[in-house]
Design a protein around this ligand. Structure first.
Ligand SMILES: [Zn+2]
Ligand SMILES: [Zn+2]
Length: 377
């Protein structure tokens, strides 16, 4: 060992490229920082202070290192005062191919959960902690950080020449619905939350199942206003497109803890379902995701408003598509019968939607059944 090497050597960071992800409405920007070091340390690696040259509120990540390595991030608004080290739970692996079939150069790397931080964040640091006694690897460690600025409410409002709905204002009106059964909930459309367009055209499907997810997002900063939740939907979309290589945000709907429903991947045309990227099978299913990380080590709990909105939305989908919310049927793409309203882990090796929400699946199905049946009889 060289005498001049610090015990926790710095990763050499360099900016690989500024991803051109701006849209006129949302002004979403993301920067990809790829950190590599040939200096494989025994204890771990801490980056230098990273300057992505933008103010950001979300960080996606993936990394290549020995099994069991843990990533932690810390952010700062001024580069002087730093927040706590935020543990980034691993969330599976980066898929080997992008949704368009092209190979993903980062395929097989450990995927980190999306982390929401103070929207004033301007600088960040990362460190990769390795378990004691872990063997080194032939390849140098590599950490990719996707720093996301989902745009500001003011610039979006100015760009669109209209005031966006806010939590403090009067609640937006319900959209009347002619379809019998549970009424359509108020769903904030893609134009309202400032979605980027999908990379390529959608594939349509007809949903016979509803898959329930959690966003598995870590929060170092609370979102309270509608605009903050909308910004997080934009951040998740950018994370799914730029970090995971998908065509668009993976879900069809996202429900925030305040009970607001956001149209995610769909064309705002209720006559069709757009095939998502939400459970690994996707054809014949639609995906609803609840904001939160309802699983160890984070252990959020779904809010009452969130559960009510989830039940209402699922009831409307079940009514519209003739899905028996208490039934079980063949999910052809999966190849076996599944509850018509299922949790993601029912069809894949994942913790999603987390122990806290999965424990409520039966109660959710029953509540949806009550809403649908109440309308029919
Ligand atoms: Zn899921
Ligand atoms: Zn909200």
């Amino acid at each position: 060992m060289r005498h001049d090497r610090p015990s926790s050597p710095a990763l050499v960071g360099f900016v690989l490229g500024l991803l051109a992800t701006s849209t006129a409405a949302a002004e979403v920007r993301s920067v990809s920082l790829v950190l590599e070091s040939a200096d494989v340390a025994e204890a771990g690696l801490t980056s230098t202070v990273l300057d992505p040259h933008l103010t950001f509120s979300a960080i996606g990540s993936h990394w290549r290192d020995v099994p069991g390595a843990r990533l932690e991030l810390s952010v700062s608004a001024d580069g002087i005062r730093w927040g706590r080290w935020i543990a980034v739970p691993p969330d599976g692996e980066v898929e080997p191919t992008r949704e368009d079939g092209e190979p993903n150069p980062f395929g097989g790397e450990t995927l980190g959960a999306l982390v929401f931080v103070d929207p004033a964040s301007r600088y960040l640091r990362g460190r990769l902690l390795r378990p004691a006694g872990a063997p080194g690897t032939d390849e140098p460690p590599r950490i990719s950080l996707h720093v996301i600025d989902p745009g500001s409410a003011d610039s979006r409002s100015a760009a669109r020449g209209a005031t966006l709905p806010r939590r403090a204002a009067a609640p937006p009106p319900e959209i009347p619905d002619a379809v019998p059964g549970a009424a359509r909930p108020r769903i904030f459309g893609r134009a309202e939350w400032g979605a980027r367009p999908p990379r390529t055209a959608y594939t349509t499907t007809l949903a016979g199942h509803v898959g329930i997810h959690h966003t598995a997002t870590v929060e170092d900063f609370a979102a309270n206003a509608w605009e903050e939740c909308a910004a997080r939907v934009r951040a998740i979309q950018t994370y799914h497109i730029d970090t995971q290589g998908w065509n668009d945000i993976g879900y069809a709907y996202v429900v925030c803890r305040h009970g607001d429903v956001f149209q995610a991947r769909e064309d705002d045309d209720d006559s069709t379902d757009v095939q998502g990227a939400h459970d690994g099978f996707n054809r014949g299913s639609t995906g609803i995701s609840a904001f939160g990380y309802f699983h160890p080590p984070v252990n959020h709990q779904p809010s009452q408003a969130q559960l009510a909105a989830l039940v209402h939305l699922t009831s409307w989908i079940a009514s519209r598509r003739g899905i028996d919310p208490l039934g079980k049927s063949l999910y052809a793409a999966f190849g076996a019968p599944v509850d018509n309203v299922y949790g993601h882990r029912d069809v894949g090796a994942t913790a999603c939607p987390g122990d806290g929400l999965y424990a409520l699946m039966e109660a959710i199905r029953n509540a949806v059944g009550d809403q649908v049946l109440r309308q029919l009889y």
